[in-house]
Design a protein around this ligand. Structure first.
Ligand code: HEC
Ligand SMILES: [Cu+2]
Length: 368
């Protein structure tokens, strides 16, 4: 009975694990389906070390099984002492040399790739006019949202990182409040976003792999940072180099010519936005300095795939409109401990919420 119970427990543990791990296989968030050169090199290292470990385990298990079956007392007799191998030169050389070879096979590519991926010389390269040629993005992690600035382009966005495919993209990462970690599992990383220093690394996004996932990768905070750590998600929108240039231009144009409401409802929503003090924490100007507002920049909010990184706008059962209203009314229960106030019916009437939502959905720069 006791034995049966134990087995049953083990079985349920494996069942639960199988369920949990089956969530890891999605190509937009799986480190096991690398979607760029950096991820591929990291993946190869993982496979190499896993293979070496498995080979070692198999060899040791075989030797162990031989030892306990072949040399059983019941088999070879009570008083027999098998041949002793103490001091055997051949054996000692074997179990010294083989591990050294294995460690070298593991160490050489690991050190090589580590240094290659840490090489940021390209980040300093400039063209004849002295402009940096590589794309550099500043990342600032906040409890529990992400801000992305393009210093050479003079624009800022949040929650949805926008990047071109098939080129190296350099990241300077910092944390605003506590330590977080910037991780796009399918594309590489992770890297700590420290409060006291800037960390730098690069990634590249493969256009074919990006097409496979509808140009949307998932990013995560990978350092336990507070009650909503698991909800500190961001998304990565990928596009071709040319399209990216167009996106940058569109962003820069919005900065010069503010987004204007297109109808009465949106205009009413914009008023509500100002009256309610949303503007105190959220900019709708893409040229705001990184870190200058206490909430995500909303210039491209209408184009985001998710609200607050967690409510899927593409969900057929819930529209973007529902998600926005849900967030404004219940942000605290959706993301416990986040820094946005909750607006209930006393603060914000249903009519005002309708208008406000309409206005927020109209905040677009690229897709019309
Ligand atoms: C005290 C500052 C503050 C005020 C005031 C505030 N917010 Fe926020 N808001 C935040 C923060 C911080 C977040 C990010 C929350 C998170 O994801 O952890 C946020 C997130 C959001 C998001 C999701 C953004 C995204 O990119 O997905 C929306 C939409 C939003 N706020 C709308 C509003 C509206 C509308 C108002 C006014 C009625 C408002 N906020 C007032 C701080 C504020
Ligand atoms: Cu975190």
């Amino acid at each position: 009975m006791k034995n049966g119970l134990k087995k049953w427990r083990l079985l349920s543990l494996f069942t639960a694990l199988a369920f949990i791990l089956s969530g890891c296989g999605e190509p937009f968030v799986s480190a096991l389906q690398p979607a760029g050169e950096v991820a591929r090199q990291q993946y190869n290292l993982m496979i190499l070390s896993a293979v070496i470990m498995v080979v070692v385990i198999i060899v040791v298990a075989i030797v162990y099984i031989i030892a306990i079956t072949k040399f059983r007392r019941s088999k070879i007799g009570e008083d027999v002492i098998p041949k002793q191998v103490e001091g055997s030169h051949t054996l000692e050389i074997m179990w010294t040399v083989i591990p050294i070879i294995l460690v070298l096979v593991l160490a050489v590519p690991t050190v090589y790739v580590t240094f290659a991926l840490a090489d940021q010389a390209e980040m300093e390269e400039v063209d004849e006019e002295g402009n940096r040629t590589a794309l550099v993005i500043d990342v600032r992690a906040n409890l529990y949202w992400w801000e992305f600035a393009y210093p050479d382009q003079g624009i800022v966005t949040a929650q949805d990182l926008v990047v071109p495919t098939d080129q190296n993209v350099y990241f300077n990462v910092i944390g605003h409040d506590v330590k977080h970690s910037f991780w796009i599992p399918a594309v590489g990383g992770k890297i700590d976003t420290n409060v006291e220093n800037v960390n730098t690394f690069y990634l590249n996004f493969d256009s074919e792999a990006a097409e496979n996932v509808d140009n949307l990768f998932y990013g995560k905070c990978a350092e336990l940072c507070g009650p909503s750590h698991a909800l500190m998600d961001f998304k990565v929108q990928t596009m071709s180099g040319d399209e990216f240039e167009e996106w940058v231009t569109a962003m820069q144009e919005v900065a010069e010519e503010e987004q204007q409401p297109e109808n009465e409802l949106q205009a009413r929503g914009q008023e509500v936005y100002q009256d309610q003090g949303c503007i105190g924490c959220h900019a709708v100007d893409p040229t705001q300095q990184i870190g200058s507002s206490t909430g995500p920049n909303l210039t491209t909010f209408g184009e985001r795939s998710y609200v607050a990184g967690i409510l899927d706008n593409r969900d057929p059962d819930l529209s973007q409109e529902d998600n926005i209203k849900d967030w404004i009314r219940n942000s605290d229960s959706l993301k416990p401990g986040n820094k946005m106030p909750v607006y209930n019916e006393d603060d914000l009437s249903d009519e005002d919420l309708d208008a406000l939502t309409e206005y927020l959905m109209s905040l677009k720069v690229f897709s019309e």
